[in-house]
Design a protein. Structure first.
Length: 393
């Protein structure tokens, strides 16, 4: 192994151990770091390719088996390992607002990943996940409530947490759990859901939708036949790039235009799933056959993601972005900037960043893919004209 590869390995080891990550055996820790190394350098999930980069004189088949045994080691509990990294990354948000988004992604129609992620500068950084053997995007809260509680323990006590979720998570039990954890929520509901108002009785949400381009806000409503509430609801019939779309958001705080902007942050997790899949690590090529091994693989992917995004943040903050990003304005995600910086460092001996480097501040340079995209009209919800609002008490 050449000296630059040695530097990257020890850099990754410092990054992992510096956050307090520990396994029951030092050899397990080394294999974990070599897996992250192999993933970053080979740019795909392939144990044989990972083994090419692992040091030592052992035959490559033996190295490949070491990675396989790690993925199938029942003593490795991914969330117990990853919680140290979660605690370290969220310390930057002490006293500030944290937006967490909850969503699912399917693999091969046989597995469902339930992922809780931190919204961060156009991406979503995983803070917790559960993998279940199911092809359905709708999952019962019993499958993931423990994961939410584990993540809650890592969040600074002074932070405000806002949970964002799509219609598949429209569950009163989830709302109750969020309140128990001290979290707020913005959850999209189906148009067929019944709401109750003190003066109007029971109505379906779809009967209250505004005209195209408009928005309506309701205070003190109760939802479903269980009459859970009081809550607040924001409705919008908004133009997007794909046409008009109806949004109905339930919140436990006062609603307004900012409610749509907050909920819109949820879509950043879709880019995060793409980083895991076709646009990054090629998760769908892993060919693992059980949910627990997939969960351990996600521990490797999530740690690699955190390392690359942290590196990308450091590159931008230290004014080195133009060394790896050809765009005049930032045109790449922080993950891609970090990934390119690692490649540059391996090729030319540049500095690698071994400490966690995230920022709770607003993105100083939001990504612009091209001038054409920059000049397209802004169709976000915040551009609905004021005279289209209807606020219903």
């Amino acid at each position: 192994m050449n000296s630059t590869h040695t530097t990257l390995f020890y850099n990754l080891m410092q990054f992992v151990c510096g956050a307090g990550v520990r396994f029951h055996d030092l050899r397990i820790t080394a294999t974990f770091v070599w897996a992250i190394f192999g993933l970053i350098v080979s740019e795909q999930i392939h144990l044989n390719l990972w083994a090419l980069f692992r040091s030592g004189s052992t035959q490559i088949a033996s190295k490949e088996r070491q990675f396989s045994r790690w993925l199938h080691n029942e003593r490795i509990r991914p969330m117990l390992v990853y919680r140290k990294l979660v605690r370290s990354m969220l310390q930057e948000w002490s006293g500030k607002t944290i937006y967490l988004t909850l969503d699912t992604s399917q693999l091969w129609g046989r597995f469902t990943i339930i992922c809780l992620s931190l919204i961060y500068r156009g991406r979503a950084l995983p803070v917790g996940w559960v993998v279940i053997a199911s092809g359905s995007a709708t999952v019962a809260i019993a499958r993931y409530q423990r994961m939410l509680a584990q993540v809650a323990k890592q969040i600074p006590a002074t932070s405000k947490v806002v949970l964002l979720a799509d219609r598949g998570f429209m569950d009163i039990k989830l709302m109750r759990l969020a309140r128990q954890l001290g979290w707020y929520f913005r959850i999209r509901v189906k148009l067929s859901v019944y709401i109750h108002r003190a003066t109007k009785g029971k109505q379906k949400v779809k009967a209250l939708m505004p005209a195209p381009g408009g928005a309506r806000f309701f205070r003190h409503v109760w939802i479903t036949e269980q009459r859970y509430g009081p809550l607040h609801m924001a409705l919008a019939y908004v133009q997007t790039k794909n046409g008009y779309e109806k949004w109905a958001i339930i919140s436990d705080e006062e609603v307004g235009l900012q409610t749509f902007d907050e909920y819109g942050l949820r879509f950043d997790i879709e880019a995060g799933f793409l980083d895991f899949k076709s646009a990054g690590f090629q998760l769908e090529s892993s060919q693992l056959e059980d949910s627990q091994s997939l969960s351990r693989l996600l521990l490797i992917l999530s740690t690699a993601t955190l390392y690359l995004v942290s590196t990308g943040t450091a590159v931008v903050e230290t004014d080195r972005r133009r060394h790896v990003d050809p765009h005049w304005f930032r045109g790449l995600s922080y993950l891609q900037i970090g990934w390119r910086w690692v490649k540059r460092a391996l090729a030319w001996g540049e500095k690698l960043f071994s400490t966690l480097w995230l920022s709770s501040e607003s993105d100083p340079e939001p990504a612009i893919a091209s001038w054409r995209k920059c000049l397209e009209p802004d169709l976000t919800l915040s551009r609905i004209e004021w005279y289209d609002f209807v606020r219903v008490q």
